[in-house]
Design a protein around this ligand. Structure first.
Ligand code: SF4
Ligand SMILES: [Zn+2]
Length: 268
């Protein structure tokens, strides 16, 4: 079932087997299933893992990622945040949070996105594949609705809609239509090396509240939310007109200085 859904999603995206796809491997079940299925379906993939150095959790994630890549016989690139940026994610985040009350995931998410896009370009990857699934997408959709900003959903989809800007490596989500429970079950059935516990730093209480609410919904209700989401998506104008180049790092950005460089300025 999950294989058929992913196949259909990849067809919809129009993914080509000659393209080089860099799979963002966190060590968790979702990205492990993405790598496993893309490899099984004959796509040209390599993996990238960002070692965030968040204690024991990061060690387990790195271990699982290495095992998976060995098992799948795919090349693994490791971005070590301590080596490249001088300190662990916890430390980087802490120094930013002393100045600004940003949530853990808000900071970590910006940094990881920046690293992934840059690394993918340097590795000449055509696409980045991530492990986002249906539950994640519904969470984000609902969060943006509750915030009163549905337009923030405009560029999302199984392939992100920023793809026109050449500095952006398009991101694909092969599990966009797959529920988290099905991924967990599949990953266990296939005995994939993966960490099943949640990241200990994911303490955004509002998102957790939404996550718990969504977990309480039935399969049918979740699918209905997604159907509504896709209807609304068709009506939202794309938000890619204003993409500039960051004056500091040269990465694509909505502003003259990208969010990553803004965070790094606070860090100093
Ligand atoms: S859950 Fe949040 S803090 Fe943990 S790795 Fe993901 S973005 Fe970073
Ligand atoms: Zn920048």
């Amino acid at each position: 079932m999950i294989e058929a859904t992913v196949k259909q999603t990849l067809k919809k995206i129009g993914l080509n087997k000659k393209e080089k796809i860099l799979v963002a491997l966190s060590g968790g079940k979702d990205s492990s299933v993405v790598a496993y299925l893309l490899k099984k379906l004959g796509y040209n993939i390599e993996g990238i893992h960002i070692n965030l150095h968040m204690g024991n959790y990061s060690e387990k994630c790195l271990e699982a990622t290495k095992k998976l890549c060995k098992q799948l016989e795919i090349k693994l690139h490791i971005y070590d945040i301590k080596e490249k940026m001088g300190s662990s994610m916890c430390y980087i985040r802490g120094s930013i949070q002393q100045e600004k009350g940003l949530k853990n995931c808000a900071i970590c998410g910006v940094i990881k996105k920046w690293i992934l896009n840059k690394a993918a370009r340097e590795l000449h990857a055509d696409k980045i594949a991530t492990g986002h699934h249906l539950d994640d997408e519904i969470q984000t959709f609902m969060l943006n609705i509750f915030k009163g900003s549905p337009e923030l959903n405009a560029n999302t989809g199984a392939i992100n809609r920023n793809a026109e800007k050449k500095e952006f490596v398009p991101r694909i989500k092969p599990l966009f239509y797959v529920l988290e429970d099905d991924i967990r079950e599949y990953s266990k059935k296939m005995k994939l090396p993966a960490v099943y516990e949640k990241c200990p730093c994911a303490i955004d209480s509002y998102r957790i509240q939404i996550r718990d609410f969504i977990s309480s919904l039935s399969r049918k209700e979740k699918e209905n939310i997604m159907k509504n989401f896709e209807q609304i998506l068709k009506k939202l104008p794309r938000q890619n007109n204003n993409v500039k180049t960051c004056k500091i790092c040269g990465e694509p950005s909505r502003n003259n200085i990208c969010r990553m460089c803004q965070l790094m300025k606070i860090r100093k």
